[in-house]
Design a binder for this molecule. Structure first.
Ligand code: F6R
Length: 239
């Protein structure tokens, strides 16, 4: 695990964006595994800036997202479809038909998980997978206790995760109880992994990640089983 400490959130966002931009420059048809949430917002902002002012092109990339809430339509402001459109897709030149997210509204969510997993495999795995980390160590929506050999599946969100994400909804009751997420094995099939953590509230999770103990009770510890992981943290998250 290669750990990069940054001064603050801005530097962390710029470093992560620079790594993604480098991947795209070296391989214009790269498969980018993308995350949502507060942490990657600065990365997407920086990638949009690089597209606008430095001519970074995403024309041939494919993007595949980690997860989506069950039951939310792509137009719902809290859906991860909406998040990706607003923060990234609407502002760059990537192709709409090369953006992949799970369909949280599928009638048969288990069949949707199988479809999504086949899709991830057919893309040949991600060239780079961007990840945030939950306070409880979740990656994607793989909550503590998820088997490391899990593929895309439906999850019951932990109360802690629902509380953490309630800031985007009008009330906690509005936060979906289920989601579709890539599994840990699906995430680990990426060629390179970039996990980011920012702010004091992530310090405990970062400490646990870096102490090196591997356990299904702390999902992010599965990253120790991957040969190419970069951990980007700011001073506050470094604790
Ligand atoms: C989002 C995702 C989650 C978040 C995690 C941290 O697609 O998969 O694992 O990365 O919950 O969220 P933030 O960045 O909001 O602290």
């Amino acid at each position: 695990m290669n750990v990069i400490k940054c001064r603050n959130y801005e530097e962390l966002s710029q470093k992560a964006a620079a790594i993604i931009a480098e991947t795209v420059k070296q391989k214009p048809d790269a498969v980018l595994g993308l995350a949502t949430g507060g942490t990657p917002e600065g990365v997407y902002k920086e990638l949009v800036r690089m597209h606008r002012t430095e001519g970074l092109s995403f024309q041939n990339v494919s993007t595949i997202n980690l997860d989506e809430y069950a039951g939310l339509s792509p137009e719902d402001k809290n859906s991860y479809h909406y998040y990706m459109n607003t923060h990234l897709f609407a502002h760059i030149d990537s192709r709409k038909d090369r953006h992949f997210l799970p369909d949280g509204q599928a009638d048969d969510l288990d069949a949707e998980c199988e479809r999504y997993d086949r899709l991830a495999a057919s893309l040949g795995g991600t060239d780079i997978q961007l990840l945030g980390i939950g306070h409880n160590g979740h990656i994607g929506f793989n909550e503590p206790g998820t088997p490391f050999q899990s593929r895309t599946h439906v999850v019951e969100l932990d109360e802690e995760t629902r509380q953490a994400n309630a800031r985007y909804f009008s009330s906690i009751d509005q936060v979906p109880k289920k989601a579709v997420t890539m599994g840990i094995e699906t995430i680990l099939s990426g060629k390179r992994i970039l996990i980011m953590a920012s702010g004091k509230s992530k310090a405990q999770a970062v400490k646990q990640l870096l102490d090196g103990r591997i356990s299904e009770s702390f999902p992010a510890s599965a990253l120790h089983l991957h040969p190419d992981v970069t951990v980007l943290i700011d001073e506050e998250a470094a604790g």
